[in-house]
Design a protein around this ligand. Structure first.
Ligand code: SF4
Length: 352
């Protein structure tokens, strides 16, 4: 298929993503000249929809290890022998202190991430609710939680306590999911995202690349996320963890990572694309290029079980690229954010 770049760019600027056939053709590009054209198109679409604003996320690994699920990439599963930390849910005070540190480091959205199939304990949920309410009140950051396979009722309860965003990755394409996770289904992942979306929460859902999936399956994931109408897509690149079934899996190049970012920008032109785990190990020096190929967000600080680079380096990168951190959603939007306003009168955070 011959790609008509000016037509693709025009439609993306109007908010329309590429077709499945176009996405597959993009995924098949290998020639340096074609990749340069792809990167330029995706970068231009990012500028069109996001201006010079970027989202910066930070996380607390609020509860770590001892998970009964068996996701092949994850060092927190009790099924695998790994050196990931194991501890119960942190106190609200600890999470709030971490949030304070994060906001001082330039983070605009802070997520409390807990290991486990789902957080069902009323006592644990009470601690998360307290932490969420205090983080929102005391730091002004957008509040997010990643608590596993959560149902609508529990999410509504968290929303009432001040939770604005829900993170839950689909991990990979539907057709590849059973290769990676056998302890829960793809539909269960989708249901969590759908429940958050129906509650009007900001939904953050993406995947991990480099787990052995094909390029067609990367396209499949992008289209699934587009159908789900998620607000934000975290893009993770596998950092193989010793002791997990994917410990020896390493098939991504930096060029692949940049192509994935650009592909996702053209499939999901108006959504937030946040580059998260595995950035340093897979992109190396080329992580400086992520915004030029379509990303408009980055996770700062440490990841769940691995260390990130110092936030100052990333903040310098934003400055060098002429980017500024987008204000959290409850603050008034500066006029230049109008490009991110949807036709339904809400912004990408669902805020009117
Ligand atoms: S990804 Fe989540 S559900 Fe899967 S093993 Fe890790 S902590 Fe458990």
């Amino acid at each position: 298929m011959v790609l008509n770049w000016s037509d693709i760019e025009q439609r993306a600027v109007a908010g329309e993503g590429v077709t499945e056939a176009e996405a597959l053709a993009i995924a098949a590009l290998t020639e340096p000249e074609d990749l340069r054209r792809l990167h330029a198109a995706a970068g231009a679409v990012r500028v069109e929809h996001k201006g010079n604003f970027v989202n910066t996320c930070g996380i607390s690994n609020a509860k770590s290890g001892r998970c009964a699920e068996a996701c092949s990439f994850c060092s927190q599963s009790a099924h695998f022998n790994t050196d990931a930390p194991k501890y119960q849910l942190k106190s609200a005070d600890t999470m709030v202190a971490e949030a304070r540190e994060a906001v001082a480091n330039g983070v605009r959205e802070f997520s409390l991430v807990a290991s486990g199939r789902a957080m069902t304990s009323a006592a644990e949920l009470a601690v998360v609710k307290e932490a969420v309410g205090r983080i929102r009140e005391e730091t002004g950051m957008q509040t997010c939680a990643s608590l596993g396979l959560m149902g609508r009722e529990a999410l509504a309860d968290l929303q009432a306590a001040g939770l604005q965003a829900v993170h839950h990755n689909l991990e990979t394409a539907r057709s590849f999911h059973a290769n990676i996770v056998q302890t829960h289904t793809y539909d269960e992942e989708v249901e969590t995202v759908r429940a958050a979306r129906e509650l009007g929460m900001y939904t953050c859902s993406g995947g991990i690349f480099g787990m052995g999936e094909s390029w067609a399956q990367r396209v499949e994931l992008a289209l699934e996320l587009r159908n789900l109408e998620v607000d934000s897509v975290p893009l993770n690149f596998l950092n193989p963890r010793p002791g997990t079934p994917l410990a020896e899996q390493a098939d991504l190049t930096a060029a692949d990572c940049l192509k994935i970012i650009a592909l996702f920008r053209l499939v999901l032109p108006t959504r937030d694309l946040i580059v998260c785990g595995g950035r340093a190990v897979n992109l190396g020096e080329r992580q400086d290029e992520i915004f030029r190929v379509g990303a408009n967000g980055v996770m700062l600080g440490n990841y769940l079980t691995t260390a990130g680079r110092p936030a100052e380096i990333d903040l310098d990168l934003l400055q060098n690229e002429g980017l500024v951190i987008r204000p959290p959603p409850h603050k008034p939007h500066p006029p230049s954010l109008r490009a991110a306003v949807r036709v339904d009168g809400t912004d990408a955070n669902g805020v009117a």
